[in-house]
Design a binder for this molecule. Structure first.
Ligand code: C2E
Ligand code: MG
Ligand code: MG
Length: 715
């Protein structure tokens, strides 16, 4: 069966037709053969029976009369019957009565094997035995033998013909089946072809022409119907697919845009994080690293230096008198100044170095790897030089000098905090040494710094505890031999340290901002004292009050002075305010604005310590000053130093030409006084006349000055 499954349909059809044809032909041939054989036998049997009856009728009398010869004559006609081989007439005793044998044929005549009518068919012949009756009484038997080979030959011939017909039929069936199977297989093959094409090309519009109304036709119709359905489904599927593709495309683009947005949001978040990270580690004003980042870098630098056994340097910078600029010109200019300073600092350092802003006017420079201690000084010097170049901000020409403290790893500290502290301390030392300087840290500074901290703390309480006091130093007009003015000089009566001179605590007060309330106290106390003096009978006495740079920068200064003048009912023209030349020169624009306002109140302005601030004539001209005080630094070496004398003379000439009054201060010796008097300077201040004295002594001095001052000596 399996073999049948695997052979093509057309072969199957041919095979089936052939088998059916063979079966039906075989049946037909067999039926005809057996019919023919039966008929041949019947004819043979009937023929013999007729012969027997003729013989019986003709031989009856011979038997009755036992006439053998007559009986044998009766049998003689059998010579004309070719197919009769032998004939025998028997009597009732079954003994042969007459015998006939075809000539040339050997026949064994035996007694009949059975009685009655009986036909027997043998291979080559047919036998008949029948009784002979006479008046219904059996009188003998007749035996006939007929040749059957003719009939057999006829049958053989017939079978041959049948076989030939059988084979011819089979051949015709084969040819016909081969032709006819196409009626069935051709549409099937076309169906299969179309199905294959559809499968490979996915073209569901292909159809098969149905040419018949039979099952194959139905199959094709159904197949086409199925294709219709598939095509509809396919089109629907196509629609769905394209809808799905559209949807997918939409989703994809939505996803892409969402992705894009997400990417953008991510980038933004990263940027924000970067910005935050940047802001967390950088100073927003200058863009420099801030304290946090600096400390981190110092930590790394120290670890590196430790590993490499190298040196690292730290520079602590504080701009000199930045507060003054900031307070007087405003924060915008202060900020701009800081930005410019930051840029200049960056230009002074190498790539590996870090310059950071700690806040306010404090900067720090980290030199992570230096070969020798002096390298740090070299960079520091470069910075000082760079900042000494004037900075133009909003039309103002500013001088932003800086004081620099230097500490070196590992000598001045092995950890970040100690190293910063050391640099900080040395920076303060630079400040106290007159600013615009670089100072290396030394171990002794630590003690000084500690003291300084204690001192600053004590200074906060000094005002409350009334530890501050004013001393008054007379300023004498040598022509009148009279005290025409007094300079109020502050002194701190420290509970444990005793008297602390202003040079030691005023820078501290300035740095801590305490100078503002202290300065106000000085102004009020001094003006009150002046009122007392006026009231005590010295109405022409003047007073000189020192102003610090920080005070000068505060907008409240003018109103404080105004209030005090009003309060103590003082004529403002009796009041001088002293500002040191160097301060005024560094912040010329600021100073001139405030000084103009003060001038507006009616007070006079004195340029103190003249000769130390490198004023040019034009600068002097732009400041609203009335008087110049020739500084101690020149006076000290007069008359020994010819140079100082020349400078003093030049200053005098310049002041005269600008129509400014002159005071010589720090005059300790008569020779010095004489020098100035010879130069036409008669207003003198100095130990020659008096040291600064407490208020009680001042009154006394004012009352008896003429006896105290040895002016006669110089006459
Ligand atoms: P200054 O304004 O130039 O004051 C003069 C200084 O020279 C005073 O020093 C005074 O005692 C000293 N002196 C005067 N005559 C002589 C002399 O013949 N020989 C010597 N060697 N020195 C003499 P002092 O009191 O120590 O004051 C120092 C500086 O402190 C002052 O210099 C002034 O700039 C500042 N100062 C003093 N009091 C105040 C104040 O109330 N406010 C402000 N802002 N500064 C003040
Ligand atoms: Mg002074
Ligand atoms: Mg002075």
């Amino acid at each position: 069966m399996n073999i049948l499954c695997n052979i093509p349909v057309r072969r199957k059809i041919i095979l089936i037709i052939m088998l059916v044809s063979m079966a039906s032909l075989s049946l037909a041939v067999s039926a005809f053969f057996f019919m023919e054989r039966y008929n041949a036998r019947q004819i043979a049997a009937n023929n013999l029976q007729t012969m027997a009856e003729i013989i019986a009728a003709n031989s009856k009398a011979a038997i009755l009369f036992s006439d053998n010869i007559a009986a044998e004559e009766t049998l003689e006609f059998l010579h004309y019957q070719d197919h009769i081989l032998a004939a025998t007439i028997y009597g009732m005793d079954l003994e042969p009565f007459a015998v006939y044998k075809k000539p040339g044929v050997e026949v064994d005549i035996t007694a009949p094997s059975s009685e009655g009518n009986n036909v027997l068919f043998w291979r080559d012949y047919v036998e008949l035995i029948t009784r002979i009756h006479h008046e219904d009484v059996p009188i003998g038997h007749i035996y006939l033998r007929s040749d059957f080979r003719l009939i057999q030959d006829h049958l053989s011939w017939y079978v041959s013909i049948a076989l030939l017909v059988f084979i011819a039929s089979l051949l015709i069936a084969l040819v016909l089946s081969d032709r006819l199977q196409r009626i069935i297989t051709d549409p099937l093959l076309r169906l299969s072809e179309v199905a294959r094409k559809i499968t490979t090309e996915k073209n569901y519009s292909l159809r098969l022409q149905s040419e018949s109304k039979d099952e194959v036709g139905n199959l094709i119709t159904d197949f086409n119907g199925m294709l219709d359905q598939i095509q509809i489904r396919d089109e629907e599927l196509e629609v769905h697919r394209s809808a799905l593709e559209d949807l997918v495309a939409q989703r994809t683009s939505a996803l892409e845009s969402a992705n894009g947005e997400m990417e953008a949001a991510k980038r933004e978040a990263e940027e924000i994080a970067d910005r935050m990270e940047y802001q967390a580690h950088h100073d927003h004003l200058t863009g420099l690293p801030n304290r946090t980042l600096l400390i981190d870098r110092i930590g790394r630098a120290l670890s590196h230096a430790h590993r490499e056994q190298a040196l690292a340097g730290l520079l602590f910078l504080d701009l000199d008198r930045f507060k003054l600029i900031n307070d007087s010109l405003g924060h915008a200019i202060g900020d701009e100044l800081l930005r410019v300073v930051a840029q200049r600092l960056e230009r002074c350092i190498r790539e590996d170095d870090t310059v950071a802003r700690l806040g306010g006017d404090e900067f720090m420079v980290l030199l992570p790897s230096i070969e020798k201690t002096s390298d740090a000084g070299y960079i520091g010097k470069r910075i000082i030089d760079a900042l000494n170049e004037p900075i133009i901000c909003d039309g103002f020409e500013l001088n932003a000098t800086t004081s620099i403290g230097v500490s070196i790893y590992p000598y001045d500290g092995e950890d970040t905090d100690t190293l910063i502290k050391s640099a900080d301390i040395s920076m303060y030392r630079a400040k106290s040494l007159g600013r615009n300087k670089l100072v290396y840290y030394t171990a002794e500074m630590n003690e000084e710094s500690r003291k300084r901290l204690i001192l600053e703390n004590d200074l906060r309480k000094a005002l409350e505890k009334q530890e501050l006091t004013l001393l008054y130093q007379p300023i004498v007009d040598t022509r009148k031999n009279a005290v025409i003015s007094v300079e109020a000089l502050m002194l701190w009566n420290h509970p444990t340290m005793g008297l602390v001179p202003p040079a030691e605590f005023i820078p501290l007060a300035e740095d801590s901002g305490l100078i503002v309330p202290i300065g106000e106290w000085v102004i009020r106390t001094a003006l009150r004292k002046l009122r007392d003096c006026h009231n005590a009978g010295h109405p022409d006495l003047r007073i000189a009050v020192n102003l610090s740079p920080t005070q000068l920068s505060r907008p409240g200064l003018v109103s404080v002075i105004e209030q005090s003048i009003d309060e103590f009912q003082i004529n403002p023209c009796r009041v001088d305010f002293e500002i040191t030349e160097s301060v005024a020169m560094q912040n010329l624009d600021t100073a001139s604005v405030t000084l103009e306002k003060l001038k507006g109140l009616g007070v006079s302005i004195t340029l103190d310590d003249f000769g130390t601030g490198y004023s040019s004539l034009s600068h002097l001209n732009s400041l609203p000053i009335d008087t110049i005080k020739i500084g101690q630094s020149f006076v000290r070496n007069i008359p020994e130093s010819m140079g100082d004398m020349s400078i003093a003379q030049a200053i005098i000439a310049m002041a005269n030409s600008l129509d400014l009054s002159l005071i010589a201060e720090g005059v300790e010796h008569i020779k010095q006084m004489n020098f100035f008097r010879q130069q036409g300077i008669h207003v003198i201040q100095g130990y020659l006349f008096s040291k600064p004295v407490p208020e009680e002594e001042l009154m006394e001095m004012l009352g008896s000055h003429s006896t105290r001052f040895p002016l006669d000596v110089v006459k």
